[in-house]
Design a protein around this ligand. Structure first.
Ligand SMILES: [Fe+2]
Ligand SMILES: [Fe+2]
Length: 274
């Protein structure tokens, strides 16, 4: 992997071009209820990025110029993803309504967690490694999920949109991964990051969306042979990080919560079966 070039990253950063998407064509192709449900989940997660950023900004990460610059571009791009998915849903006839729970109000436990994270990061400069590996796992899961969604949804306009979003997610992943790799060269941050991931990691969107939605999405995108292979690839990539060779992530989570079913519409084992 080549070294990360922040200047090149900033130069390439930008909003997905919403005007380039043929929105009028969206209703001319079928959109399954499963695809709508998946898009609703992803739309909510993308829009939640700014709340997640609030947590990150309360930590030492904000003092690192490289990370601060990245986060500014990142939150902009993720916000546009949220808007783009909302626009797709609306064009398909499923407009996104208001959220039942305001985003700004954090449950007490999450609030305490944020405070604890902020305090630990203030005391220990290497804590940033944890955020970076966390970000790498989330971005890789997201981009893999979008790739799977483009395949199973089989909707040309959605594929076009997702391809553009995936390009952003790949850049996000690359940043976090390179940062995590560099920061975990020393054993102490690698050990702590691994400990925290082992103890607390669950797929992106946990705690934001109900568990039933996450399990639905996992079944829709990551079951069947191709889905499983995609999940395995996520795990294998993260296992190449220092100290993470034996980490159990997406596949282990799937085994525990979803199992080996063929998928909600029974046709996710290969191309042309949905
Ligand atoms: Fe995104
Ligand atoms: Fe992203």
């Amino acid at each position: 992997m080549p070294p990360f070039d922040l200047e090149a990253y900033v130069a390439r950063s930008g909003a997905v071009d919403l005007e380039a998407i043929p929105w009028a064509e969206v209703p001319t192709h079928p959109v399954s209820p499963e695809t709508v449900r998946t898009l609703r989940y992803m739309q909510d997660i993308e829009s939640h990025t700014i709340i997640y950023l609030r947590k990150l900004l309360a930590t030492r990460a904000v003092d690192e110029p490289e990370i601060a610059t990245f986060l500014a571009c990142w939150v902009y791009e993720e916000t546009i993803h949220g808007l783009a998915l909302a626009r797709f849903l609306e064009a398909a006839g499923y407009p996104v309504g208001p959220r039942s729970q305001p985003r700004g109000r954090e449950p007490l436990l999450q609030w305490l967690e944020s405070r604890a994270m902020s305090a630990v990061s203030g005391l220990w400069p290497d804590f940033c490694a944890v955020h970076m590996v966390w970000g790498a796992i989330n971005e890789l899961t997201t981009l893999t999920g979008y790739r799977r969604l483009a395949t199973v949804a089989d909707h040309p306009v959605l594929s076009d949109l997702l391809e553009r979003i995936i390009r952003d997610e790949s850049r996000h992943f690359f940043f976090y991964y390179r940062q995590a790799e560099r920061r975990m060269q020393r054993p102490a941050p690698a050990r702590v990051a691994r400990l925290i991931v082992d103890r607390y990691w669950s797929p992106v969107g946990s705690g934001v969306q109900p568990p039933t939605e996450l399990e639905f999405l996992a079944r829709y995108l990551f079951t069947g042979n191709e889905g499983r292979a995609a999940a395995r690839k996520v795990d294998e990539t993260i296992r190449r990080l220092p100290g993470f060779a034996t980490v159990k992530l997406l596949e282990a989570w799937m085994d525990r919560y979803v199992g080996h079913s063929a998928g909600v519409n029974g046709g996710l084992n290969g191309h042309g079966q949905h």
